[in-house]
Write a protein that binds this ligand. Structure first.
Ligand code: TNX
Length: 563
């Protein structure tokens, strides 16, 4: 297992995020602005009712009282683990038949159909905080809201002399879409387990609930498959630029899946087929159309490789791989890629996809594929992931009429490997520049012509990693755009409002800085710049400073993923 990172990797190239001179602009993002307001939450909650004068102050005597059920106890433990480091309070977790705040925090599992599988209600009164939900996932999302209502210093991993005030009022909240995701491409550059766990932590903050892992591509095969062992050991031994690559053992992958599940995140594994398979061919030449294993590929071209769609051996490989990956994955989805198989004739391609879809069905999972699989015949419940750059595609709309559902990842809004601006040191621009406003200003429910909102399962922000080489660079590309996409996935359409979003998001800069999360201090966001810390507000003594001489990235010491 790779070592747990103890510091953001120091970029050696001075033009990369985390290096270079500090630009003019926001200075001390650690200084807390005014105490959080109830409406400052990202993603914006469905309903917020502030009650001025009803604030609650968390003290050292507070107890976390939870419903007497394992699911609630688990969330209580997670809440305590979030709050203990900065507050230094003991925050014992106890259960009760009907948990009440009583000067602390209550997490109550209740029969509340109106809240759905992920919603919650949160009340802050002078007597404490009460979160109720019908499920553990709902309680967990409520805890993320509670976290944002405390001062940014709560993100410190060391005790801070604090005044832990929460604004009075109530929040009732549910997601707009069931699928709210992020994709991490671990194939172009490999990211070890600790990095992936930290991305899961980032997702959980913003109520994202699906982690799509792009596990295979031309440059690397990243998951161990017992029946085809050389896929990982040979196919995983390199990456873009010729670095050593790597792969997840079955244990590694199960650790990721379990960590995600504890945070109510479902892992969606992708085995990209029939194209993007060069790494597999380096390991097993018998799968190649010419039967010869090629040398590893460390460049960034796409569309040149494919497994032989006319060979029965190919389908044995596909069945074995999908069967093993399905067996390791508790979630309902299996992503078969399907993008950019430019060298496979359309008829052979459709036949291949239909066969792969049947193999997925045989594992008990539901197919997900990039929208190129649209022309293939329908398979029960299948999901197409849209990555096009205009809002019209009759082939995809037709597949939706035949029963497909859509996850929206329009490359010109949701591709987090695109640069923010022309001078962004890493990233692409083939789908345009994506600043925070561009990431935010679109409606997943009405994006694709001929696709009704009911056919939209949700949204996903993919991060391709041809140019992304470290955790600090991953974070730099995710923040602050990931919270923008998260809000599109969670908040009701009526709450979408760029002017309000940029104001709410601004208060998150100090949170990220305190948590050691690298981010792009986008000039579109009015980051709090100056201290005037009100008397009695927390002194972020232990907060992590930006790296000396750091550039656009507020890179600091990443904490170990939370326990
Ligand atoms: C297109 S969009 C790809 C990826 C690249 C990405 C770079 C899609 C399904 N495939 O293979 O990494 O562009 O932006």
């Amino acid at each position: 297992m790779p070592p747990v990172p103890t510091a953001a990797p120091e970029p050696t190239d001075p033009s990369r995020p985390g290096a270079g001179d500090r630009p003019a602009g926001p200075v001390d993002l650690l200084s807390p602005p005014a105490p959080a307001r109830l409406g400052d939450v990202v993603p914006a909650p469905e309903r917020v009712t502030p009650r001025p004068g009803a604030d609650f102050t968390l003290t050292a005597e507070a107890v976390i009282r939870v419903s007497a059920a394992d699911a609630a106890r688990a969330v209580g433990g997670q809440l305590a683990a979030l709050l203990r480091p900065a507050t230094g309070y003991p925050l014992p977790v106890t259960d009760a038949a009907r948990p009440e705040p009583a000067g602390g925090i209550a997490l109550a599992l209740v029969d509340a159909e109106d809240l759905g599988p992920e919603g919650y209600r949160l009340d802050v009164t002078p007597a404490g905080v009460r979160i109720e939900a019908a499920t553990a996932a709902g309680l967990f999302h409520g805890v993320q809201t509670l976290r944002q209502l405390l001062p940014p210093a709560v993100e410190s991993r060391k005790p801070v002399a604090g005044h832990w005030v929460l604004p009075g009022g109530s929040v009732t909240d549910r997601p707009r879409f069931a699928y709210r995701g992020t994709m991490l491409d671990v194939a172009r550059h490999f990211f070890g387990v600790p990095d992936v766990l930290r991305v899961i932590d980032h997702m959980a903050r913003y109520k994202l609930n699906h982690l799509h892992l792009h596990l295979t591509d031309d440059q690397g095969w990243r998951i161990a498959v017992d029946s085809w062992p050389r896929l990982a050991t040979v196919g995983g031994a390199s990456e873009v630029g010729g670095g050593p690559g790597g792969h997840y053992t079955r244990d590694d992958y199960q650790r990721i899946v379990a960590y995600a599940a504890e945070r109510h995140v479902t892992v969606v594994p992708e085995i990209d087929l029939p194209g993007h398979t060069h790494a597999a061919l380096t390991a097993y030449g018998e799968l190649a159309p010419d039967g010869i294993a090629p040398p590893p590929y460390t460049g960034t071209a796409v569309g040149f490789s494919y497994v032989d769609p006319t060979s029965e051996r190919t389908y044995e490989f596909v069945a074995d791989v999908l069967g093993e990956v399905a067996g390791l994955t508790p979630g309902p989805w299996l992503h078969i890629g399907g993008d950019e198989a430019f060298k496979v004739h359309p008829e052979a391609y459709a036949a291949f996809v239909e066969r792969a879809q049947r193999l997925v069905a045989g594992t008990g999972k539901t197919v997900v594929g990039w929208h190129q699989i649209a022309p293939a015949g329908h398979a029960g419940g299948r999901v197409l992931q849209w990555w096009g750059t205009d809002g019209e595609d009759t082939v995809t709309a037709d597949a939706v009429r035949r029963g497909a559902r859509l996850v929206l990842s329009p490359a010109n809004h949701a591709y987090l490997d695109m640069k923010y601006a022309p001078d962004t040191p890493i990233g692409h621009d083939w789908a345009g520049l994506i600043d925070v406003r561009r990431a935010y200003d679109w409606d997943p429910g009405a994006h694709l012509a001929g696709v009704p909102a009911e056919a939209v399962l949700g949204v996903e922000a993919p991060l391709w990693t041809e140019s992304v080489t470290s955790l600090a660079e991953v974070e730099f590309m995710l923040f602050p755009r990931l919270p923008a996409i998260a809000e599109l996935g969670w908040s009701p359409r009526a709450k979408h409002d760029w002017a309000g979003f940029r104001e709410r998001l601004a208060g998150h800069g100090p949170r990220w800085t305190t948590a050691g999360i690298a981010f792009h201090p986008s000039p579109e966001i009015p980051w709090p710049a100056e201290p005037p810390a009100p008397a009695g507000s927390p002194t972020p003594r232990a907060a992590v400073p930006a790296q000396p001489g750091s550039g656009q990235t507020q890179a600091a010491t990443p904490a170990t993923p939370s326990a």
